[in-house]
Design a protein around this ligand. Sequence first.
Ligand SMILES: NC(=O)c1ccc[n+]([C@@H]2O[C@H](COP(=O)([O-])OP(=O)(O)OC[C@H]3O[C@@H](n4cnc5c(N)ncnc54)[C@H](OP(=O)(O)O)[C@@H]3O)[C@@H](O)[C@H]2O)c1
Length: 251
Amino acid sequence: MKVAIITGGGSGLGAVYLKTIRKRYPELDEYWIIDIQEDKMKEVSGNDPKIRPVLMNLSEDDSYVYLNKLLEDNNADIRILINNAGVETVASFEEAPERKLVNTVRVNSEAVMRIDKTCIPFMREGSSIIHTASIYAFSPVPGDAVYAASKAFVRSLSLALHEELKEKGINVMVLSPGGMNTAMDRSDLRKKSLLSMPFLDMEKVANGALDQAEKGKASYVPTLYYRLYTLFCKLFPSSFTARIIGSNYKK
Ligand SMILES: NC(=O)c1ccc[n+]([C@@H]2O[C@H](COP(=O)([O-])OP(=O)(O)OC[C@H]3O[C@@H](n4cnc5c(N)ncnc54)[C@H](OP(=O)(O)O)[C@@H]3O)[C@@H](O)[C@H]2O)c1
């Protein structure tokens, strides 16, 4: 069975990916969305018989055993994997509750790696993986330290797997978006930000990412504005960019 899999498909960018992929690749047999809340998945699925909500907590070990069995039972041939679910706690390291920081590492970093590890055996030539990182993958961010570190992990993993999986004809690409208006509330950040970072159009982000992945690209940062942000992060030492970016978070 030819499938697309989208983690975090119940809301935000994941739900937009679902709509976009459903329209763009109508030949697939099923579109699986993985998320932690059933009602949200039902809402985005509508009555589409080809969309399969897969209820999973990506922070739990058992989830991966369950997903592996589901893939085996359905003789899955994963054509597109959107490894996208994420969480964020914007707070200073000292103020952020430890359990939230642990969950950030589990969902944003560990789960991305484990989803890849579970899904890659069900992928073959011509298939593609897109990881959702963030522009915060490019520099440490005081005030959002663990989130930024978790996204740096995703970027590094993606670029390495891009090279490793080339031989098999599987393309791995990292998408690094800037701000998007989703349940992951960035409004507080925008108020604090010196540059008042603009929200991205999520349909353009999803289509742009799929276009770039089809071309075999390793990395995609949507819009010139955010590409300049990442250029700034690449041109200067991380200790300097961290100080400048972190100053946006000071009360
Ligand atoms: N929004 C931005 O400004 C922005 C910027 C750059 C990058 N990103 C990245 O874009 C991706 C999508 O985020 P979004 O903005 O679309 O946020 P979102 O609307 O909150 O979507 C994330 C989805 O992941 C789900 N999820 C969280 N923990 C999970 C778990 N343990 N198991 C299964 N599903 C889980 C969430 O469920 P719940 O809602 O129930 O937690 C939610 O449906 C994330 O990786 C995020 O880091 C976002």
